[in-house]
Design a binder for this molecule. Structure first.
Ligand code: CA
Length: 381
């Protein structure tokens, strides 16, 4: 089997109501979709994550100009070999960011192809499923004004719970006083309901404020505190982690075995959150999972992409071993984005959908989805 074409599709959709996380206003949802075409009549699909303000054109240009020449004519059934070929070709100008997101999209497509070629789901090619369903957690709580939205966010928490979700991650990083008001309102609104909360500041603070916020919220028994400080500040992560009795999570702004190797060696994290559509695809996430396992760090993927990235993330979650196995172990959970995103559901025939707080992991070949080409062309920028 040989790769005959690598197609990219830049998708963009403006949001009716822009929303904020701590780093800025999100005005559109975007993705770079990759299709790897073969001479065997089958294609594989992948996606590069576009975080809040990231133009999808960067990853798409990487795929078209730097990666396609490596891939054309190659056998797609050797994703590990091709991953290293792509990484080594771009190492001097890549290593992180949108270049690795481009590699991620291609790698996801290659694994999808491998699965389709063998008639097996990707999770089986990865070594099998530790779990065939995963609990979903609500990610949301974005701001439409910025500050002073505690009452509205408390209502959102109740809505998530009534939709079946008992795990929720609250976006903070809008000033310590505002953050604490939001958490107090949410905690009050959820009294009498069995809900576990997490927080995510998207590295809004320095170490001192990050610790101050964490200390004030320790009584809430948070499952994790995500991105407390800037991703480059590994020592800061370690200081926050030592200071607080809350598991520290991070990694959505880090990449490959090289990035996560540094975080693991420094013991900067309790929970590593590579995004499969950013950190280097299935191949890099396998490397990352092995490193984390050896350092006592649980991998719990980040996912904020569209339909293909979500589906890929499910296969990855299925294949992840527990860093701390026990009879009543804490299992990885799926980030379930319910914010406005037109092509999370329109793009494929089987969009990820939670039911009673759970998402099933099926055994259709490859990623288990077919891309709707009409929807793809309609969403194309
Ligand atoms: Ca996050």
């Amino acid at each position: 089997m040989k790769i005959t074409a690598v197609n990219t599709y830049v998708l963009k959709s403006p949001l009716q109501t822009p929303f904020a996380f701590s780093q800025g206003w999100v005005r559109q949802r975007a993705a770079a979709i990759v299709e790897v075409v073969t001479d065997a009549g089958i294609s594989g699909w992948g996606e590069a994550l576009c975080v809040g303000m990231q133009p999808p054109e960067i990853a798409a240009a990487t795929v078209e100009s730097a990666l396609a020449p490596v891939l054309l004519g190659a056998d797609p059934r050797e994703p590990e070999v091709l991953w290293h070929a792509m990484y080594n070709r771009t190492r001097d100008f890549g290593q992180k960011g949108a270049v690795i997101s481009g590699i991620s999209a291609v790698d996801i497509a290659l694994w999808d192809l491998c699965g389709k070629a063998r008639g097996e789901p990707v999770w089986r090619l990865l070594g099998g499923a530790f779990r065939r369903r995963v609990r979903a957690y609500a990610t949301g709580f974005y701001r439409i004004q910025g500050q002073g939205e505690a009452a509205r966010l408390a209502e959102e928490a109740v809505r998530h719970h009534e939709s079946g979700l008992s795990l929720m991650k609250v976006k903070l990083g809008f000033g310590i006083a505002d953050d604490l008001a939001v958490m107090a309102a949410i905690d009050r609104a959820l009294q009498g309901r069995s809900v576990t909360l997490m927080i995510d500041t998207n590295h809004a603070y320095g170490e001192a404020d990050a610790i101050r916020l964490g200390r004030a919220l320790e009584p809430l028994s948070l499952r994790w505190y995500e991105e407390p400080v800037a991703p480059e500040n590994i020592e800061g992560y370690c200081n926050v982690r030592r200071a607080l009795a809350i598991p520290i999570a991070g990694g959505e702004c880090d990449y490959t075995a090289f990035g996560f190797g540094r975080l693991a060696a420094a013991r900067a994290l309790d929970i590593a959150q590579p995004d499969i559509a950013a950190a280097g695809g299935f191949t890099a996430c396998r490397h990352i999972a092995a490193i984390c396992l050896a350092h006592g760090i649980q991998v719990n993927p980040h996912v904020w992409g569209a339909a293909i990235a979500q589906r890929a993330s499910l296969h990855l979650i299925a294949s992840l071993p527990l860093a701390h196995p026990s009879l009543f172990a804490t299992e990885p959970i799926l980030e379930y984005d319910s914010s406005d995103h037109p092509f999370r559901t329109a793009l494929v025939d089987h969009p990820v959908q939670q039911k009673d707080g759970w998402v099933e992991i099926d055994d259709r070949p490859g990623l288990g989805i077919e891309v709707d080409r009409d929807a793809l062309m309609a969403l194309r920028a």
